[in-house]
Design a protein around this ligand. Structure first.
Ligand SMILES: [Fe+2]
Ligand SMILES: [Fe+2]
Length: 253
């Protein structure tokens, strides 16, 4: 598969996203952090699950930034830098939350190590598909925790992260739609199928690995899997929509 993901020219429409991310950064600086000193009570299985998500949120932003730079669209590159800052802020919020609960951070996790290594081998298009799966999983995961946890601080942190993850989906849809449109009519259905299989595999992996934490917030593995798959189906339709039905920037998530 051709992997340049390029073809975007300056002024290709990501200026609006740069403004949106900058407004969010200003809002983030304006609202105070949650009051960590109140302490947090987390079920042990949820704490263990959040330790792994904290490592994942820390991610590999330099790798994505380099690929975005190579795609040759300065507005998109600027937007990706601001996007990476938001993901780093999630890692920071989760680190504070775990600290307030007296739970140590992990240095790294084997599944995340594989995730990062595989992503380095990918072109921008495939990388964004993998990232998009992570966003869909994150939306369901943080929503489940926010709605199912009793602790007010834990609910506040997961709600803040959920708010960002929902915004990230239309951001990636916009760039991936452009990248899918560059594929020929033969390759596009394969890319669509690859997207659905990737999403199913990612959702299955997380449903199994984080099943006990989901169970603790009254969400079954099956329900989690179904929710992510349905969302992936709808995203797939947006990625392959013809230009006349280009994806909207405001996607409810
Ligand atoms: Fe995140
Ligand atoms: Fe995200």
């Amino acid at each position: 598969m051709h992997e340049s993901g390029g073809g975007a020219m300056p002024g290709s429409g990501f200026g609006g996203w740069v403004a949106e991310f900058e407004a969010e950064r200003a809002r983030r600086e304006w609202i105070a952090d949650p009051e960590w000193e109140h302490g947090v009570e987390l079920p042990a299985v949820v704490a263990r699950s959040l330790q792994k998500f904290q490592v994942g949120e820390d991610g590999d932003g330099a790798n994505l930034r380099a690929k975005a730079d190579r795609a040759g669209d300065p507005e998109y590159s600027a937007a990706v830098r601001l996007f990476v800052d938001e993901e780093r802020n999630h890692a920071r919020l989760l680190a504070e939350l775990l600290g307030a609960a007296g739970v140590p951070l992990l240095d790294g996790h084997w599944s995340d190590g594989i995730f990062v290594r595989v992503r380095r081998l990918l072109g921008l298009r495939t990388e964004l598909m993998v990232l998009m799966v992570a966003e869909l999983v994150a939306v369901e995961y943080y929503r489940s925790l926010r709605d199912g946890l009793a602790d007010p601080l834990a609910r506040e942190v997961t709600d803040r992260i959920l708010y960002d993850e929902r915004r990230h989906i239309p951001f990636h849809v916009r760039r991936l739609h452009q990248s899918f449109a560059e594929l020929g009519p033969v390759a596009r259905p394969f890319a669509h199928l690859a997207w659905l299989l990737l999403a199913l595999a990612g959702a299955l992996f997380v449903a199994v690995d984080h099943g006990p934490a989901l169970h603790a917030v009254h969400v079954s593995r099956g329900r989690f899997l179904l929710a992510v798959t349905r969302h992936a189906w709808s995203v797939g339709a947006q990625l392959t929509a013809r230009d006349g039905r280009a994806p909207a920037d405001s996607f409810a998530g």
